[in-house]
Design a protein around this ligand. Structure first.
Ligand SMILES: Cc1cc2nc3c(=O)[nH]c(=O)nc-3n(C[C@H](O)[C@H](O)[C@H](O)COP(=O)(O)OP(=O)(O)OC[C@H]3O[C@@H](n4cnc5c(N)ncnc54)[C@H](O)[C@@H]3O)c2cc1C
Length: 288
């Protein structure tokens, strides 16, 4: 393996200084993606800069009707958080089904999103909660981008080399909402999603769909929102026929490929079924 030095700064300023001193550096949070890349010699940094001891990247805080989640929050912390369970159950579904407890103890939300796998489990939930990404640069100035604009392509995000993701701001769904993330995988545990479907549904007083957001993973080069399907469902009373039509519309919005996890035609069929299933389950959650 390529030889590298390791630094563990405790502030963002120190992290950027460590990077300035060695430009062939790589930031590392939990390391569950980075160390695989190192081992396979896909990357060869001269320095690893750990983000794990930086307090500015930690914590889950409610600010009015938004919640800010630090990028260094581990998947396990998301899984165990009462606030996440109450406000963002789809994110908790994703956290609970990501890898194993050992991985969840180290893997972070920031790492999952910056790694930008099309099948990243936390992506669809963040998309349905209208997440925005806070990014900080070496001058410590911040920019905020909607998550939908952050993904660039498979394993690529719009992030400069000297930028760090500080965290994610999620919108708390209004009363009368239910949300869920369903993960279809070949094995029951420790597998990436074949298909991931997140749904956030808000019902009007007449039981029609006042708002809906659908996030999809593993069926396009990046995680995506199914915007045409959402537009079709808004204002309608959901029933089997409407949701079957919605599945067909969603099938036209995705571009899955044949890969190790499954064939494209099968992923399309799963999306059709899972959108329907996710909507029914989100409706059940909206009642409780
Ligand atoms: C056995 C195994 C099973 C897995 N199963 C799943 C699964 O079921 N679902 C799933 O979605 N993923 C899975 N993964 C992938 C991985 O665990 C997740 O993507 C994890 O969330 C990555 O987080 P991390 O903190 O370990 O990232 P790291 O490996 O530390 O970093 C990943 C990337 O993000 C960058 N980075 C990290 N934090 C920041 C930041 N704050 N600012 C800027 N850049 C940053 C790093 O430079 C690197 O490029 C699995 C991995 C393994 C090894």
């Amino acid at each position: 393996m390529h030889h590298f030095t390791y630094q563990r700064p405790v502030t963002l300023t120190e992290a950027f200084k460590a990077q300035e001193a060695e430009m062939n550096s790589r930031f590392v949070a939990g390391g569950s993606d980075v160390f695989l890349l190192l081992k396979k010699e896909i990357i060869a940094p001269d320095r690893l800069i750990s983000l794990r001891a930086i307090d500015e990247l930690k914590g889950i805080k409610q600010i009015g009707n938004h919640v800010f989640i630090g990028s260094g929050t581990t998947i396990r912390e998301l899984e165990k958080s009462k606030l996440i369970r109450e406000k963002f159950p789809a994110l908790q579904d994703a956290a609970t089904n990501l890898a194993s407890t050992q991985i969840r103890n180290v893997a972070t939300l920031g790492g999952n999103i910056v790694n930008a796998s099309p099948g990243a489990d936390t992506a669809a939930p963040l998309l349905i909660y209208n997440a925005a990404v806070t990014i900080v640069n070496a001058e410590l100035s911040e920019r905020i981008v909607p998550l939908t604009d952050f993904f660039k392509g498979p394993k690529q995000v719009h992030l400069e080399i000297d930028e760090i993701v500080k965290g994610f701001t999620l919108e708390i769904p209004p009363p009368g909402s239910g949300s869920i993330y369903l993960k279809f995988m070949k094995r029951k545990a420790m597998d990436l999603a074949n298909v991931g479907v997140g749904v956030m549904l808000t019902f009007a007083e007449d039981s029609s769909c006042a708002d809906i957001r659908i996030g999809l993973a593993t069926v396009a080069p990046t995680p995506i929102r199914a915007l045409k399907t959402e537009a079709f469902l808004k204002g309608k009373v959901l029933d089997e026929a409407i949701l079957t039509q919605a599945g067909e519309i969603a099938a036209g919005e995705i571009s899955p490929i044949d890969d190790l996890r499954g064939q494209a035609w099968h992923k399309i069929e799963v999306v059709k079924t899972y959108i329907k299933r996710a909507c029914w389950k989100a409706k059940e959650r909206a009642k409780t």
